[in-house]
Design a protein. Structure first.
Lengths: 388, 277
């Protein structure tokens, strides 16, 4: 009996020692927190975002980490919304004590997380395209804002299709309305006319009346900005079923969704900072490395996952330049460093945002995207004029 | 003119979606909150037909069959032990709807799926170019209504079902096996829900939550129509029409609320809704 107790004691002792050693080793790491929507609206795209971050961490660790320290990832589900984000940010910052947050999230989740970021004084690199003008001392953004995305589509329609009148359709939420408000302003600035601007709630699936109005208005071109996933699909299907065949620009469709939509997606114009067939050595290298690491489990890299990969490298560059992981020093350094990634050279030096090369593409019959034009270093505009 | 077509086709879709719920409500006096789950099962049945490479028309009988089998299993395992406790039964159907959604997520993933449509494109009617599929839905909904009417009014099962709807205790006293009627009704109701799920795939996305947006409207329509197929058709036309008109002349966001708000008001001032008595 005694010996058994002894053995148990001994076991506990060993276990605690191992744990202590292990946690000691972890404390040396540079921890990157990734709050992301593994469940909810973003669940389709979140796995590709996590994969990008895993590749970046693996590559960095293989070459000696950041200043000799190993990079480790802490992924937390934010449920794609505000409530989940509060929990995720709270546990990442105050319990896991991450050095930085790098992630793609919904606007609702980002807005809910920002006060926690301020309280925890943790740098936050946001890697999702969004409606713009989110400003915080600890926030940097390396993805596009409407100022960068809308112009290529509107200009292309005006030039190549002689479009003068436009019709706008969106989902009723921050991103949908923000994008279309900007689009309306841009069209009117360029001398075009908006014949209608219509919204359906995010969970709405019946576009009948809006399509009726669209047909009655007879515009030259159509631009939509729905929530990703289901609303995008129902709208596109119902537009095609109704025989709408005017030039159709979709601000919210990604390459993967376009591919799986099949014939309904053919001909849709999309604009973004990343498509898989960008013809650059860096992109080919990245795609090959992703393919090698994930094989059959690879989620197609996209405009939301590639900025995540670049975000990790930008953080690495900033820490190396600052010579420390100290939040204030890193924040100062972040705007001065750049990284040559799959999307080109990225530097977040414009009021916490990045000038980006934007591409206008059209969905082909086989679901692939043909790049029609590229626009070098499109400026994000005045996003955060008051930020220091 | 286009609006008239919008109204008729919207009513047809609503009718197809609500019909299964109505007959279950009529016989069992409970609202089947798993109805959205069965719609989803129908959508995924259509997806399986697409994967197998069959003609998309097969998705309709296939979804009906899958829905009936699932409904039969659920009736036997979940509903039957709860017949004496209607409130618990309603909660059970609600939970069941969640379980169905999760099982589908586990098997097929969360992402939006794509189903081939039997017909696509637009045709010219009454001087308008209009979606062929929506027009076909009208014919299918009418066929469905006539079929259900024939079964209820022209067969022995229909006669017994009507007896159970009117007075279950009396029907049992007359030797009608009301358990069997309930079993048949729940299976058929589930089958009809799955059929509707397959029918809406060309207009809707196929994802684990595809049934949810339809559930509330179907629920309200059934509440205002009492237990009659005719009044269900009337309420689909009137309330669906109101939805189209509010969306067109007002605001589509408000349009989404029309059916729910009007039904609530109607029930406040005319508790029997569209039913005659």
């Amino acid at each position: 009996m005694a010996s058994r107790l002894e053995r148990v004691r001994c076991g506990i002792l060993t276990a605690t020692t191992v744990l202590a050693l292990a946690s000691g080793a972890w404390a040396q790491d540079i921890k990157i927190g990734i709050p992301v929507g593994l469940s909810g609206a973003n669940s389709v795209v979140a796995p590709s975002v996590v994969q990008s971050a895993e590749l970046a961490a693996e590559e960095i660790n293989a070459k000696g980490g950041i200043m000799g320290k190993k990079v480790s990832l802490e992924v937390a589900d934010d449920g794609s919304g505000a409530a989940g984000a509060q929990k995720a940010f709270d546990s990442l910052i105050f319990q896991k004590k991450v050095n930085v947050l790098i992630s793609m999230e919904t606007s609702a989740a980002r807005n809910a997380g920002l006060p926690i970021v301020t309280r925890g004084k943790t740098p936050f690199i946001y890697t999702s395209f969004y409606e713009g003008r989110s400003c915080n001392r600890y926030l940097y953004v390396n993805a596009w804002v409407p100022d960068q995305q809308v112009a290529p589509i509107v200009d292309y329609f005006a030039k190549n299709n002689k479009a003068k009148t436009f019709f706008l359709i969106g989902s009723d939420y921050a991103f949908g309305r923000g994008m279309l408000q900007f689009t309306r302003g841009y069209i009117e600035k360029k001398g075009g006319k908006v014949l209608g601007e219509e919204y359906l709630p995010m969970d709405g699936s019946d576009w009948t009346a809006i399509i009726g109005k669209l047909k009655a208005a007879k515009p030259d071109a159509l631009i939509t900005s729905t929530a990703g996933g289901a609303p995008n699909v129902t709208l596109t299907k119902q537009l095609r079923a109704a025989g709408i065949n005017i030039p159709y620009g979709n601000l919210a469709v990604d390459e993967g969704t376009a591919k799986s939509m099949g014939p309904d997606a053919e001909g849709i114009f999309i604009s973004g900072s990343y498509f898989t067939n960008i013809d650059s050595p860096k992109n080919k290298e990245f795609l090959a490395a992703m393919q090698k690491k994930f094989g059959a489990d690879l989620k197609t890299p996209n405009d939301l996952s590639v900025p995540q990969y670049e975000g990790v490298y930008l953080y690495k560059a900033a820490v190396e330049k600052a010579g420390s992981t100290d939040a204030d020093k890193v924040i100062t350094a972040l705007s001065t460093v750049s990284f040559e990634g799959p999307r080109g050279n990225i530097q977040m030096n414009k009021q916490r945002h990045a000038p980006l090369t934007m591409y206008l593409g059209q969905v082909q019959k086989d679901g692939s995207i043909k790049i029609l034009e590229s626009f070098k270093n499109v400026d994000p505009g005045a996003q955060c004029p008051k930020i220091k | 003119m286009a609006q008239l077509l919008d109204i008729v086709t919207t009513a047809a879709i609503l009718y197809a979606v609500a019909a299964g719920l109505l007959i279950v409500f009529g016989v069992m006096k409970i609202i089947n909150f798993a109805h959205g789950g069965f719609l989803t099962i129908g959508g995924y049945s259509a997806l399986i037909v697409t994967w197998l490479g069959w003609n998309p028309w097969w998705s309709l009988p296939f979804a009906l069959a899958i829905g009936m089998v699932c409904g039969a299993i659920v009736e036997r395992l979940v509903m039957r032990p709860l017949y004496a406790r209607p409130l618990d039964a309603i909660l059970a159907t609600w939970g069941l709807g969640i379980v169905v959604g999760q099982l589908i997520t586990l098997e097929f993933g969360r992402e939006v799926q794509f189903v081939r449509s039997p017909i696509s494109g637009a045709m010219s009617i009454l001087g308008e170019s209009y979606s062929q599929y929506r027009l076909m839905l009208v014919m299918l909904a009418v066929a469905l209504a006539l079929g259900m009417g024939l079964v209820l009014n022209g067969t022995a099962l229909g006669l017994r079902t009507r007896a159970v709807i009117m007075n279950e205790n009396l029907a049992r006293g007359l030797g009608i096996n009301s358990g069997l009627v309930r079993f048949a009704t729940f299976s058929i109701g589930s089958g009809l829900a799955a059929l509707a799920g397959a029918l809406i795939t060309p207009l809707s996305s196929v994802d684990p939550n595809m049934g949810v947006p339809w559930l509330v409207n179907a629920f309200m329509l059934v509440l205002v129509s009492g237990m009659s197929l005719v009044s269900l058709a009337a309420s689909c036309l009137v309330l669906g029409g109101a939805q189209v008109l509010v969306s067109t002349y007002g605001n589509p966001v408000a349009g989404g609320l029309t059916i729910v708000v009007l039904s609530a008001l109607l029930l406040r001032f005319r508790p029997q809704g569209f039913a005659r008595e």
